[in-house]
Design a binder for this molecule. Sequence first.
Ligand code: AHG
Ligand code: MN
Ligand code: MN
Length: 361
Amino acid sequence: MPLSKKPTLTQYLIEQRRRYPQASGELNALILDVSIACKAIARAVAFGELGDAMGGVAGGELNVQGEVQKRLDVVSNEMFMRITEWSGHLAGMASEEMEHPYPVPAPYPRGKYLLVFDPLDGSSNIDVNVSVGSIFSILRAPQEVVASGRDVVEADFLQPGATQVAAGYALYGPTTMFVLSVGNGVAGFTLDPNLGEFKLTHPDIRVPADTHEFAINSSNSRFWEPPVKRYVDECLAGRTGPRGKDFNMRWIASMVAEAHRILMRGGVFLYPRDTKDAAKPGRLRLLYEANPIGFLMEQAGGRASTGRQPVLGVKPGELHQRIGLVFGSMNEVERIERYHHEPATREAPNPLFVERSLFRD
Ligand code: AHG
Ligand code: MN
Ligand code: MN
């Protein structure tokens, strides 16, 4: 195969940094370390049952979410930690797989950033050879943490998604991709297996404002709130319903793969707040799932919402907080928000879509 002339991730980052002549290069170095962790995880995933990191449970352990940890969840978490902790760019990190934040330990120097990650998203899909990925978010450590050098604590991470410096994901699919935003649009890179380098293949990813494709786990429909039920009913009613067009549905059960599809061709994804478990206001986690994906969506001209407000504006209350999440094509997400805000007394356009206790929020 001829050597492609496409820029590498390193070249892309150097060019982005030229916009900020005073920048130290630490963010770039950190992102490159994250990309190395993702390459290592991609190899572990690619070996499947041939490798020793696959399938099964990690000694029957449950993570802080009460979910069974796969061996690959634990291995991926280790790869993120070991590859990023030594460089002096991080004050600490937090992950889906660790109950508490991890302050960078001695003898490594501490830096000015915080790294938050879901080392393996969609891990229930690894045994069936369906795409999984890693999601990451980079925040600034509070000034006082950097000045004092003290250990990071949970409160240091509780920053709204709008403060993210960079966010992205790797997708381990038929090709391995790395999708990134440093706050100047969204760029997608494909791993060149010959070189072991990420090459810029998708320089300016934009989410179309309109779509006829939606993704939701319909097995939860009896727990949905009325605005969500209304939205999905209207999509399902298709051309003869109030939307006047047919919709297509997708559900991979790997949010990172759904986000990627939406970045590539539009669509809307919903994992809304529901009534399934009063202790869980949503399924997905704010800090390392909703915020980084929300940042990418907004940077690509899409929208990300709790259903009620932009997800990036939410002030987190705890590290592993769950939240309702709706993201993708702008006009669909805005419509869903509108349905959440319309008054309870609204007259339904069609009796088919009238719900008992409609719009009770
Ligand atoms: P994780 O594998 O990191 O625990 O996340 C899985 C998430 C997300 O990727 C996906 O959209 C969702 O869980 C799937 O939920 P259902 O099992 O309800 O389909
Ligand atoms: Mn996840
Ligand atoms: Mn995970």
